[in-house]
Unconditional design. Sequence first.
Length: 147
Amino acid sequence: MLSGDVDFGRARFDSDVDFGRATFNGDVDFSRTTFNEGGMVDFGGTSFSGIVDFGRATFNGGMVDFGRAAFSGGMVDFGRATFNGGTVDFGSAIFSGRMVTFGRATFNGGDIDFVGARFSGGVVIFDDATFSGTSFNWGPLHTPTGA
């Protein structure tokens, strides 16, 4: 468990990254972070309870796993993030904060999976996102009753 704010903004990871099943009890900043190609970026099953910022982050190939992650606090920002190839998994992730944005994100090739993802409690934004040569699997998605 990581208590307090965590700042990896502008970091560069050149090998595998494993935050799988971690618990972040504060704001988390991975803005403008670069995750380099061919490796595993694992946030699967991770719990985020504060503001989460992956804005303008770059994910280059490999496997990016946010499957079963829980985002429960405030805002989740993947705005202007770039996903280049590989596999990106948000399957069964839970987004219950006030806003989730993928606005102006770019998905270049690869496979994107949101099967079973749950969105509740706020706004989900994909405005001006670009999908080029990408296999995108939505669902079924889970949304609150009446949504």
